[in-house]
Design a protein around this ligand. Structure first.
Ligand code: ADP
Ligand code: MG
Ligand code: MG
Length: 253
């Protein structure tokens, strides 16, 4: 049983050397293993900032609060330590790593997280199986990481990493954006598989309710103006679907 806790988290974005702006204004959230929490909210409400703050992106500075994985402060860890501890982050805009093949990249990530290099043949088999599950063409293994990938291909690769790394908690930022229905189903099945395999806790950040038809949330949180404005069960997503975010935008104004 894993507990991932965000407590009183406040963070600034560093805009320039002498300019900063507070974006996260006190976020509290607990995710237990096996649970799926959807974080929904209007554009600009700070959802990606929350993901970046957990990731330790240098552009964002935590001013208050903590992020704990089974009681250990994730924010005190180096960025690669966070992954080794079992925190997986899929960013809204995955970075390209030209010149490094997908298979090499994935094998070194797996090596770093597992603490030892998987046997090459065994890893190739594992990789091929995972790629097949996600309908990723075998030829992609030799391509540069995200280099020239379409939006949808990048998102599938995020889920490929997720399936290979087997983290304890995954923060998925707009993994559904830019996907057609078929790709959305494939990506959702990957998330569900990862969860069934290892009792993964999931923070699913999304602007749209569409993905929630495939990845069923246990809890839905409305993010507005840098904090969680309301929490509920899956039915809250239906309210948002019919009413939009206006009510929450006004509440924070
Ligand atoms: P969301 O993901 O909910 O759309 P973001 O976390 O991306 O929201 O952005 C929250 C707010 O922080 C926005 O007003 C955005 O303009 C601002 N912001 C985020 N990153 C930066 C940055 N690097 N420089 C300036 N402003 C930023
Ligand atoms: Mg679930
Ligand atoms: Mg965002």
């Amino acid at each position: 049983m894993t507990k991932f806790e965000i407590r009183g988290l406040r963070a600034d974005v560093l805009i320039s050397e002498d300019e900063r702006q507070e974006i996260l204004k006190g976020v509290d959230l607990t995710i237990n293993s096996g649970e799926t929490h959807a974080i929904m909210g209007p554009n600009g409400s700070g959802k990606s900032t929350l993901a970046y703050a957990i990731a330790g992106h240098p552009r964002y500075e935590i001013t208050e609060g903590e992020v704990l994985l089974d009681g250990e402060n994730v924010l005190d860890m180096e960025v690669d330590e966070r992954a080794r501890a079992g925190v997986f982050l899929a960013m809204q805009y995955p970075v390209e790593v030209p010149g490094v093949s997908m298979s090499n990249f994935l094998r070194s990530s797996v090596t770093s997280v597992r603490g030892e290099a998987p046997k090459l043949r065994q890893f190739s088999k594992e990789l091929q199986g995972a790629m097949k599950n996600l309908s990723i063409d075998a030829a992609f293994a030799a391509r540069g990481v995200n280099e020239g990938f379409s939006g949808g291909e990048k998102k599938r690769h995020e889920i490929l990493q997720l399936e290979l790394l087997k983290p304890k908690v995954a923060v998925l930022d707009e993994t559904d954006s830019g996907l057609d229905v078929d790709a959305l189903k494939i990506v959702s099945e990957g998330i569900n598989r990862a969860q069934a395999d290892s009792d993964l806790g999931v923070m699913l950040i999304t602007h749209y309710t569409r993905i929630l038809n495939y990845v069923k949330p246990d809890f839905v949180h409305v993010f507005s103006e840098g904090r969680i404005a309301e929490s509920g069960g899956p039915e809250l997503a239906d309210v948002l679907e019919s009413e939009g975010y206006e009510r929450f935008a006004k509440a924070g104004a």
